[in-house]
Design a protein around this ligand. Structure first.
Ligand SMILES: NC(=O)c1ccc[n+]([C@@H]2O[C@H](COP(=O)([O-])OP(=O)(O)OC[C@H]3O[C@@H](n4cnc5c(N)ncnc54)[C@H](OP(=O)(O)O)[C@@H]3O)[C@@H](O)[C@H]2O)c1
Length: 306
């Protein structure tokens, strides 16, 4: 089995060594222009030249959960795309989102500012039932996040493309269920994949349908959110604020209002990091299974876009 690695913006040596150790009978190397044809590739943001030079690839293993950037490239005919599923990301996403929601609900930013100002004072406790949380996307990450939020007794709504039944979570699906889902939610958590159907999905029309005092947590992709619409709805008072981990342009450009807006908490695309050891083990397991002709989880459907 010949494996090639083509991962931009990634320290490649540990991946090379890890894959060699996990698949000792395979030939694993780092791609260079003109390199011989490989059977499988491990990639992150590869250049088009790599794909054009490797027309015989049987599968591309993406070292992340989101494949939107990869699917925008011209892929070798018949080459399947396999994403990392979970690999330690779901628990990170659950802790990040629960932290953001609880911090907002318990007004911890306000308490922090009070204490820094030398002010010891209480706010009236908020009513949990008045903070229903809607999770868009109930896949590997969204389902884990929805369940984690439900542990804190928030009312939780979930929205997906196909119908889903999850204990303790009120589920909606498809375009027909979208407006009801939004109207039932005050906090909106985005865990959708970026596809033509979901680009710009958080815009003035949809965000205005959240309950008054709404709050947005975007941990999926920056292009899901129309930045100006979010800012306008916060400034008009319909939304209370947002926690944003992903942006239309990353790094977030200097001077963008998200850097300094008092009601926006921003982090640098760090809510769920690819954990190298877990991911190498998962990729090696799946590659060996594919090589034996078995089906593997996390295979992307290019028509669906995720
Ligand atoms: N910020 C970070 O650090 C970070 C890290 C990892 C991933 N991510 C992002 O998180 C996204 C989600 O990851 P995942 O592993 O949970 O994805 P996933 O397992 O593929 O799940 C996607 C979910 O979205 C739903 N969905 C897709 N298109 C839809 C549509 N048009 N309308 C309604 N629902 C739709 C799917 O519905 P069905 O269940 O019906 O198919 C599914 O429930 C990734 O694509 C990536 O962009 C971000």
């Amino acid at each position: 089995m010949n494996i090639t690695l083509c991962c931009t913006a990634t320290k490649i040596e540990p991946w090379l060594e890890g894959l060699r150790a996990a698949l000792p009978r395979a030939h694993v190397s780092v791609w260079q222009p003109g390199a011989p044809q490989a059977d499988y590739a491990v990639v992150w943001a590869p250049p088009q030249q790599f794909l054009d030079e490797q027309p015989g690839l049987r599968a591309l293993f993406n070292i992340g959960a989101g494949v939107d950037a990869l699917l925008r490239l011209r892929l070798p005919e018949g080459c399947r795309v396999v994403r990392i599923d979970d690999g330690g990301m779901a628990v990170q996403m659950a802790e990040y989102v629960c932290h953001a929601v609880v911090r907002h609900f318990r007004e911890l930013d306000g308490y922090e500012a009070d204490m820094r100002a030398g002010h010891w004072g209480f706010r009236r406790p908020r009513v949990r039932a008045q903070f229903p949380v809607g999770v868009m996307g109930l896949g590997v990450l969204g389902e884990r996040v929805a369940r984690a939020l439900a542990h804190f007794d928030f009312p939780v709504n979930g929205w997906s493309r196909s119908p889903k039944a999850l204990d303790g979570i009120l589920t909606f699906h498809g375009a027909d269920g979208f407006h009801d889902f939004l109207a039932a939610s005050r906090v909106l958590v985005n865990l959708l994949p970026l596809t033509p159907a979901t680009r710009d999905i958080m815009n003035r029309d949809t965000l205005a349908r959240l309950q008054p005092g709404g709050y947005v947590v975007n941990v999926a992709r920056g292009a899901h959110l129309v930045d100006e619409d979010l800012l306008a709805l916060i400034d008009e008072g319909h939304l209370a604020g947002a926690t944003l981990d992903v942006f239309r342009t990353e790094p977030l450009p200097a001077g963008h209002p998200f850097w300094t807006h008092p009601r926006i908490v921003a982090t640098p695309h760090t809510s769920a990091r690819t954990l190298r050891e877990d991911s190498i083990a998962q990729i090696a397991r799946k590659m060996a299974a594919l090589h034996r002709g078995e089906a593997v989880a996390g295979t992307v459907d290019p028509q669906r876009g995720y």
